[in-house]
Design a protein around this ligand. Structure first.
Ligand SMILES: [Zn+2]
Length: 199
């Protein structure tokens, strides 16, 4: 049972399940083109191929998001023998329709199949804008390029290049200076004067 709410602001507040759920959904960006729900919060660094999975807080503990999301879908906890597997190639994906409960054997079959698909680079579609935005958000939160690359099943260089291009393309243009505005106004005046003389 939860301790009664304390009025002191310094007390540690354990989130309610509703707050856990709200925080979980607040870190998801839906990619309308692929249907993937991309995690934009913390992701695992994990060596040996375990990096790139979203991490969220549930019941006061750090939890792997794709397990949390599948448990929400199933309405029950996964057992220790069950794996949350993706039908898409995005570890970052939280779409319940892209998650299914499999065995250890399913998990290893899946990894072999995905490894083969990844080696066939011709099958790689270009990154979607929502994916690049999610990568930029992950990077802004301090996640490593390694983890981000794992999350999206891409090379680190591909992630870096796309995020860099996105940031450059969306960088705020400096506001026109007073001088530039004056020059523009003088040029317009000169144009009107020339038109008037020519008439
Ligand atoms: Zn997906």
């Amino acid at each position: 049972m939860r301790a009664p709410e304390s009025s002191t602001p310094m007390s540690r507040h354990k989130r309610t399940p509703t707050e856990d759920l709200a925080a979980y959904h607040a870190s998801i960006a839906i990619d309308l083109e692929t249907g993937c729900w991309l995690w934009t919060g913390a992701i695992t660094k994990g060596p040996h191929g375990n990096g790139g999975y979203g991490v969220c807080q549930a019941d006061g503990k750090s939890t792997l998001c794709h397990r949390f999301g599948l448990e929400l879908k199933l309405g029950r906890d996964l057992t220790d023998l069950e794996y949350s597997l993706h039908t898409c190639d995005n570890r970052a994906c939280q779409n319940p329709d892209h998650l299914w409960a499999g065995s250890a054997q399913d998990n290893s079959d899946d990894m072999v199949a995905r490894g083969r698909a990844r080696n066939n680079s011709a099958s790689k579609r270009p990154l979607m804008l929502t994916e690049v935005k999610a990568m930029a958000a992950l990077r802004a939160k301090g996640n490593s390029w390694y983890s981000i690359a794992r999350a999206f099943g891409r090379y680190q260089q591909t992630c870096k290049r796309n995020v860099l291009h996105f940031l450059v393309a969306t960088a705020k243009k400096p506001a026109p200076t007073v001088i530039a505005l004056e020059v523009a106004s003088l040029v317009a005046d000169a144009g009107r004067l020339r038109d008037a003389l020519a008439a």
